[in-house]
Design a protein around this ligand. Structure first.
Ligand SMILES: Nc1nc2c(ncn2[C@@H]2O[C@H](COP(=O)(O)OP(=O)(O)OP(=O)(O)O)[C@@H](O)[C@H]2O)c(=O)[nH]1
Ligand SMILES: [Mg+2]
Length: 491
């Protein structure tokens, strides 16, 4: 039986045990959630660019950025057949449908007189290809304006005695701050994985602002992100850190012909006057009338691209006058770091969807049986424990957590190979085996066999320290699994 099937079986048993107890609906929810798209929360401090990044990922400007009362409310964006906004009141009570409008920009919700602090969450259903893969949850900033708002984000990511509503989290950081780490720890401090970076990715956000918008800003951001990703404290809580210029990514995904036309005007300038014009936002708006753009048009460009974005886009247009809006958008998306973030999301979250989903469901069952014991529930708890202890993907996650916590030492090359082979950098066979994406089946198979032998030797070597021997046995299982899959594919 697969992990998801085992989890479903445990849920069926739980449904029987809790029938008529008032928790039937709760269990039905957990079961439904197992089949839903992955839930990815976007968290981080105030104004770290969460809503902007969400829009970039959806390729639509759905979420309001900047001001507005709704930025202080946890908002779910999910795919659906119709456009609908539902409000869940804080004090319980029935969810109610809300009126909303949308012109060019974000969805504007009319709270209908309800105060934002009385809203538990908003649920926005929107037909969208991107949301079919992941439901995105926009959260109010932590360390924010008011204690209250901040607590709301905590409740979502790290509720006291409940499983987390999100399966995975994207954590935006502009500057590393003590609160950031505390926040991340809380998210991971739960039963099935403690502290476990498996379901968190760090994003070095607003990356274009590093180096005050110079053209090499992203290169600096990449260096900083790499340093962060290698830092022991950061590794304990997130898988990796990816630099992203969210604003540029959002704009690239929603670029208009008018904007391209305005950028061409900037690209038409000689290099030197263009550079001077782009030194500061103030200069860009107020100098060089011969540019032929009004200050309103210039401000609009600034708001959409940022100085870095204007500089980059106009340089690209100057280098290649033939570039189309589509071509420019693609180039800007790549340069913004969004393409890389999407790849990382794919290999660390989406390919692991089943494990992350099963994990959330088992956490929910664990909580339920602990806090609401009743006749028959110990058997459910035992079944959950058995799955968590024996399912190989969880063993991989456990070893990964141990590695990330710095509890597992060894030769750097061996530790690195271990992390890779258990899927720590992505679960695709070629990633686990450190081969190029186009490696053939034969090449994959022989690499897997060699890795198997290597890890068997390490597992059995009496000189291997205990923790490494345990980890090596997990790696052996991973190699066996790889071989089985590869052989299955060949048949
Ligand atoms: N230069 C630049 N500005 C950005 C970037 N991302 C967001 N911003 C700007 O930063 C401001 C805040 O962005 P939001 O996306 O609303 O940030 P948030 O984290 O959702 O903010 P709160 O929900 O209020 O906590 C807006 O003015 C954005 O235009 C970026 O990558 N680069
Ligand atoms: Mg926001």
């Amino acid at each position: 039986m697969t992990l998801v099937e085992r989890t479903r079986a445990a849920l069926t048993r739980a449904a029987g045990v809790y029938r008529g107890s008032g928790f039937d609906e709760r269990i039905a929810e957990v079961r439904a959630r197992l089949d839903e798209p992955l839930r990815v929360a976007i968290a981080g401090r105030v104004k770290s660019g969460k809503s902007t990044l969400l829009n970039a990922l959806v390729a639509d400007r759905l979420a309001p950025t900047d001001a507005g009362e709704c930025t202080r409310i946890v908002t779910w964006y999910r795919d659906g057949h119709t456009y609908r906004v539902t409000l869940h009141p804080r004090a319980g009570g029935a969810p109610r449908q809300l009126r909303f409008t949308r012109d060019e920009g974000a969805v504007e919700v009319d709270l209908g007189g309800i105060r934002p602090e009385d809203v538990h969450s908003l649920d926005i259903t929107w037909p969208s290809q991107a949301l079919r893969r992941a439901t995105l949850i926009d959260t109010p900033g932590i360390g924010s304006l008011s204690e209250r708002v901040s607590r709301r984000a905590w409740e979502l990511i790290a509720p006291d005695d409940e499983e987390t509503p999100a399966d995975a989290v994207l954590y935006l950081m502009r500057h590393l701050h003590a609160n950031d780490l505390e926040f991340l720890h809380a998210f991971h401090d739960t039963e099935v994985s403690r502290p476990n970076p498996v379901n968190a990715i760090g994003v070095l956000s607003r990356a274009d602002e590093i180096g005050v918008g110079r053209l090499d800003a992203m290169a600096s951001a990449r260096r900083i992100a790499a340093r962060l990703a290698g830092d022991g404290n950061v590794r304990r809580v997130v898988q990796t850190v990816v630099p992203v210029a969210g604003l540029l990514a959002e704009t690239a995904a929603t670029l208009t012909e008018t904007e391209v036309r305005h950028l061409r005007a900037v690209a038409g300038l000689e290099v030197k006057p263009a550079e001077e014009l782009l030194l500061t936002a103030d200069r860009f708006v107020n100098t060089l009338p011969e540019l032929g753009l009004t200050s309103i048009e210039r401000e609009a460009l600034l708001a959409r691209f940022g100085l870095y974005g204007i500089r980059l886009a106009s340089t690209l247009l100057r280098q290649d006058g033939q570039t189309t809006a589509t071509g420019l958008a693609r180039e800007l998306t790549d340069r913004s770091g969004l393409t890389e973030l999407q790849e990382v999301l794919g290999s660390l979250f989406f390919e692991r969807r089943d494990v992350l989903k099963a994990r959330s469901a088992l956490l929910a069952l664990d909580t339920l049986t602990r806090t609401r014991p009743r006749s028959g529930s110990p058997a459910v708890a035992a079944e959950v424990e058995e799955i968590v202890a024996s399912a190989h993907p969880f063993n991989e996650l456990r070893v990964l957590a141990t590695l990330r916590a710095g509890w597992l030492g060894g030769k750097p090359a061996v530790v690195e190979e271990l992390e890779r082979v258990i899927g720590g950098t992505g679960t695709a066979p070629h990633i686990r085996l450190d081969l190029p994406p186009d490696a053939g089946a034969g090449q994959l198979r022989s690499a897997a066999s060699e890795a198997l032998v290597r890890w068997q030797r390490r597992a059995e070597n009496p000189l291997t320290v205990h923790e490494m021997a345990v980890a090596a046995r997990v790696a052996v299982r991973s190699c066996e699994g790889l071989l089985a899959d590869l052989n299955g594919r060949a048949r």
